[in-house]
Ligand binder design. Sequence first.
Ligand code: SF4
Ligand code: SF4
Length: 392
Amino acid sequence: MGPARSDKGQWVRGWGLAAEEGVAAEAKAVKAGVGVAVEVSAAAVGAAGRKEKTSGRQTLQPKSSLVENQDALLAVRLAIASGKGGTGKTTIATNLAMRLAHHGQEVVYVDCDVEAPNGHLFLKPDEVREYPVNRLVPQVSQERCQHCGDCGRICRYNAILCLAERTLIYDELCHSCGGCVRVCPTRAITEIPHFVGVVRIGIAGKVQFVSGTLKVSEASSPPVIRAALQAMPPSDWVILDAPPGAACSVVETLRDCDYVLLVSEPTPFGLHDLQIALELAKTLAVPCGVVVNRAYSSMAELRELCGQAQVPVLGEIPDDLAIARAYSRGQRIIDVVPGLHRTFDHLLLRLLEELQPNVLPFRTRQDLEQAIYANDRMEATNLNEPGRLMAT
Ligand code: SF4
Ligand code: SF4
């Protein structure tokens, strides 16, 4: 796949899924200020189990810049994030996705933790297809270079070293902004694709699965995250399994989200990192709620922190050895720990209360609520006990 050109014939920014074995999936960069567009062929779309709504090529764009793809606009983008690793983000994200699918919702799970993706261990997707992700990096023609130093001066990332007789580019520092290409007076700089990782697309039961993996030794994960987000198919729900922390990879994932579920644990480290995550959500102006993992009865400090931040605690996953065992075996906890599926159903109902009315179509909201209550009634009838969800 070669670099894309704009209408004016200039090199423009963009990362995308490179074509492989005739599956046309090439990046078409769009300099829109809010991101890039990726065109994915209907063949690739169908292979991932997604809806084929158009003949020919579909254009998937970041939600904020998209006006024509109504499917993507209607989808709820829900990110599962935390201030630190190991809190249980993937556990919450994968089980929530499976529960949504169980209730008849169309759901796509996107593993944005591209430095250490592990969602596939729990979802076990089939029919996985893999696409390389490239970004554009500059290349200098030493013959054309006049050693004026303009490119080095404009690069904010110190990726260019202009010597008296040679101009050097450090690919690993380059952020592919294209500034050096524009300022070069002799057109000595061109851009070439640089492989940075892969995106995998598959299907896990009724859940559509997308995962990005950053190439070992690559320093910058946002290009792979962007490619994964652009590769996701239309759906009612998008569950984004965010990287840990509050760095640029997390910002890339949370940008354009409708809601963030912050996973925390009632420990001093958990509280400290929850504070950072709350600040990040506030800075990005994304509404958020908290799910407590490994919860026990007294969590006064955590509740106090959430109260001060005016952020609701939407659910609690108990501190249970059976859950730890299931996790270590790569099992989904709703499948093996009795009663936990109801905990996730309750979490979904709380989420519905929190989501802005314009985020989810009323019909979808109603369908999900009815499915959850119907499921609860059926189980309660089988067990001859009152439905727990109905009672709450
Ligand atoms: S593309 Fe941007 S970041 Fe990369 S070397 Fe050129 S100016 Fe620096
Ligand atoms: S801007 Fe162009 S001519 Fe000037 S140093 Fe850089 S590559 Fe050479």
